[in-house]
Design a protein around this ligand. Structure first.
Ligand code: ADP
Ligand code: ZN
Length: 521
């Protein structure tokens, strides 16, 4: 069957080979498995159902949310000589009748429909009379409320399937690789023992770095000075930050554009167009910038502070290196960033379930900033893309800038303190106790009499906080969910406290990077 698929790939579509995981998806569908394919935009999802559609008897229904895209897709198929059509509300009555009759007479291999159409009685009648072998649900994330394009009618797809005399194989396709959306698709589309294939997320030409505890302004200045002619985007968390950063750079003789939702529309458009012409080549922006922008030569994306979740990070960072040439994605982290984002999330999220969920996703970004593992692997694991090796050799952790430090003793001190405080306090308080800070609150709560008070006096609060962040990322500590997270012992804490495992940490972070980029001359 797969040999046959290869042949059609050349003959009908004119492609020399499958791309990425296309072959796997096609094979899975042809073997009759429900299949969830998660592939980034542009990876070639359409082919994954169009090709099987030609190799199975009967017709393939493609559920597509966008009327405008249906026509384009069908036109492209017709150009390849494939019998395809679409049914949606844009059709006049006579045309609709004609096409429905065509479906019944077996005139088409592929039929594109809107999800709403599946509920129409006359459509269902015809679908029951013909052989529907495969149903491809495009943009399947629309079934999930976690996504941004929730379409209630997607939830009714299983009802349609249940009314068919024989259940077709179901393929679901999306570019949204978040764990909760994936689970929703499987559950809400009633996929049966689906093969889940996540593929194509690795962007090998991008190098990832995290810098913690650097002076962000100084870093920006030195980086932009060293990369003067290059195009890049600096993402900031708030409009205020954008204004401040842009002003700061301009005062230091570095030209940059700015973009945020507080600017007038005309101003935003002008700014965006200037950036596309590289006049100037650097843009300072909030996450309002980037939708639908396809600038090929972006050489770096610097996040001045953390975004709200890893998918936003990957999407924004992914605007670098579209031309396939090497590009850098650098994330600057300061513990304060989390508080800013938490505040922003609280301003926009009202349901408490959703809030907990969003805060947990924010914590995953903080963990990303502290992990000792390969950054690329961490991102791909998050999305569930198993391809690529363990270490990429091209991220700030893999490059192993600096030696590996044994922080077992520090870890034990911190864990004992959390243990003594019985997990009743947050990270800030734990750090203060370890430092031996003499605040009123500490005295009032008598935390200065705890045995671990001041046992890390030689370190700064910032250093202790940084270590705590690392221990959370490594599963030695964990934060409870909610607005005021408490610091608790994590699953690996016991082994560390008993001295059964060593805690090793690459000394990446600020110091080494600062040497690497140098100061502006
Ligand atoms: P997606 O839906 O995943 O965003 P598309 O299905 O629109 O992506 O495909 C993106 C582009 O890749 C299209 O122009 C398509 O013709 C092309 N393409 C798909 N598969 C292949 C392949 N195996 N070889 C070469 N080009 C391909
Ligand atoms: Zn790596």
């Amino acid at each position: 069957m797969l040999a046959e698929a290869q042949k059609k790939l050349h003959q009908v579509f004119g492609y020399p080979a499958f791309r990425g995981g296309q072959g796997k998806v096609v094979a899975s569908l042809l073997q009759g498995h429900d299949t969830l394919a998660i592939m980034p935009t542009g990876a070639g999802k359409s082919l994954c159902y169009q090709l099987p559609a030609l190799l199975v008897d009967g017709i393939t229904l493609v559920v597509s949310p966008l009327i405008s895209l249906m026509k384009d897709q069908v036109d492209a198929l017709l150009a390849h000589g494939i019998a395809a059509t679409f049914i949606n509300s844009s059709l006049k009555a006579a045309e609709l009748r004609e096409r429905l009759a065509g479906i019944e007479n077996g005139r088409y291999k592929l039929v594109y429909v809107s999800p709403e159409r599946l509920q129409a009685e006359n459509f269902l009648e015809i679908a029951r009379r013909v052989q529907v072998s495969l149903i491809a649900v495009d943009e399947a994330h629309c079934v999930s409320q976690w996504g941004h394009d929730f379409r209630p009618s997607y939830r009714k797809i299983p009802l349609f399937l249940a009314k068919l005399p024989r259940r077709p194989v179901v393929g679901a396709f999306t570019a949204t690789a978040t764990p909760e959306v994936k689970e929703d698709i499987i559950k809400l589309l009633h996929l049966q023992k689906p093969h889940v294939i996540v593929t194509g997320f690795d962007r090998k030409n991008l190098s990832f770095s995290v810098l913690r505890e650097v002076d962000k302004d100084e870093f920006l200045l030195s980086y932009l000075t060293a990369h003067k002619k290059q195009s890049g985007i600096v993402y900031a968390a708030t409009r205020d930050d954008v204004e401040k950063i842009a002003l700061f750079l301009q005062e230091n003789g570095l030209a940059c554009g700015r973009y945020h939702a507080g600017m007038r529309k005309a101003e935003r458009t002008a700014s965006q167009e200037a950036f596309l012409r590289d006049e100037p080549p650097v843009m300072v922006a909030t996450n309002a910038f980037g939708m639908g922008i396809d600038k090929a030569n972006v050489r770096f994306v610097i996040h001045y502070s953390i975004p709200q979740n890893l998918e936003a990070y990957y999407q924004e960072a992914g605007r670098a290196g579209r031309d396939g040439e090497t590009a850098e994605c650098i994330l600057l982290f300061h513990p304060r960033d989390k508080i800013v984002q938490q505040y922003l999330i609280e301003q926009t999220v009202y349901s408490s379930r959703r809030l907990r969920h969003e805060l947990a996703k924010l914590q995953q970004v903080v963990d990303y900033c502290h992990t000792a593992k390969c950054l690329r692997r961490t991102l791909l694991d998050y999305f569930g893309d198993e391809e690529g090796g363990e270490g990429c050799g091209n991220c700030s952790n893999c490059r192993g800038e600096g030696e590996v430090l044994d922080v077992t003793v520090e870890a034990q001190k911190i864990l004992s303190c959390v243990y003594r405080l019985q997990g009743r306090f947050g990270a800030a308080m734990v750090a203060q106790v370890l430092k031996g800070a003499g605040t009123k609150r500490i005295r009032r709560l008598r935390l200065d009499s705890v045995s671990t008070y001041g046992i890390m006096a030689e370190k700064s609060i910032a250093e202790i906080r940084d270590l705590i962040g690392f221990l959370i990322a490594e599963g030695c500590l964990r934060l409870t969910e909610g607005k005021y997270p408490l610091l608790k012992l994590g699953r690996n804490a016991a082994a560390v406290l008993k001295g059964q495992i060593k805690v090793l940490r690459p000394s990446g972070g600020g110091i080494v990077q600062e040497e690497r980029y140098g100061r502006p001359g």
